[in-house]
Design a protein around this ligand. Structure first.
Ligand code: GLP
Length: 244
């Protein structure tokens, strides 16, 4: 879906998420949201906050699983995704923080595999993710599934691509300060979500959106694996769609 601008697109995406939350509320069930960080979802979160404040949308039945987190990182660090999610969404709505799940950047490396397995099991224990939001990195990564990621990969520790670290360098005040690793849900984890919405704005994403949508499926561009699912929507502004 191509929109004139990201604000209009984000409003529709937030409305879809709100519909799922309300449907699940009516059924007395949790709504399981897969959430993303980065610039791309910020306006969706802003609109969800507005719906909470002005239209009584409650998050009391919402359970969230974030895609990824830098590793290692402390949750209160300026660049941590825990901090990002609190600032951009959780601090402004009535979500129970006990229902919020974000990969733990503080773990000792030996404890990461067990954590990742438990993360997958916890998603499954809620019956899977109802709707997964995604951004896309310029390497074609979704979450932090960099080129080379397998289509059936699960939550795991990964090494960040150089381009990804360069793109993150402004947040960390220099590339040398960007962690070399991250914990991310896998392509397989993402793929299992019942609905997937990938967001991309601006001309900076045009080349990778073209590859992701029209290119051959390859682990060189992990987002191409989304082509195999009927439950995926790419939502862009006109600039991000310009090379299609
Ligand atoms: C980071 C995140 C990704 C995100 C990507 C794009 O690498 N780990 O999940 O999709 O950035 O970010 P942005 O939305 O800021 O372009």
């Amino acid at each position: 879906k191509i929109y004139d601008n990201d604000a209009l697109a984000s409003r529709d995406v937030a409305a879809r998420i709100a519909t799922i939350i309300r449907q699940k509320q009516a059924e007395g069930k949790p709504a399981v949201l897969g959430l993303a960080t980065g610039i791309s979802p910020i306006k969706v979160y802003r609109e969800l906050i507005r719906l909470h404040r002005e239209e009584g949308l409650s998050f009391n039945n919402v359970v969230t699983f974030n895609l990824d987190e830098y590793y290692p990182i402390q949750p209160d660090a300026g660049q941590s995704y825990v901090r990002f999610m609190k600032e951009q969404l959780f601090d402004h709505v009535d979500i129970d923080m006990g229902n919020v799940n974000i990969p733990d950047g503080r773990l000792a490396e030996k404890d990461v595999p067990a954590f990742c397995l438990a993360y997958e099991q916890k998603i499954n224990s809620y019956g899977g993710i109802d709707v997964q939001l995604l951004g896309i990195g310029r390497t074609g990564h979704i979450g932090f599934n960099e080129p080379g990621s397998a289509p059936n990969s699960g939550t795991r520790l990964v090494t960040l691509n150089e381009l990804t670290r360069r793109d993150a360098s402004k947040d960390f005040g220099g590339k040398e300060n960007v962690p070399t690793k991250a914990i991310t849900m896998g392509i397989g984890t993402i793929y299992k979500a019942r609905e997937i919405i990938l967001l991309a704005w601006s001309g900076k994403k045009a080349a990778i959106i073209r590859k992701a949508v029209e290119g051959e499926q390859t682990s060189d561009v992990p987002a191409t694996y989304l082509q195999g699912s009927a439950n995926v929507q790419f939502v862009t502004d006109t600039e991000a769609a310009a090379a299609l």
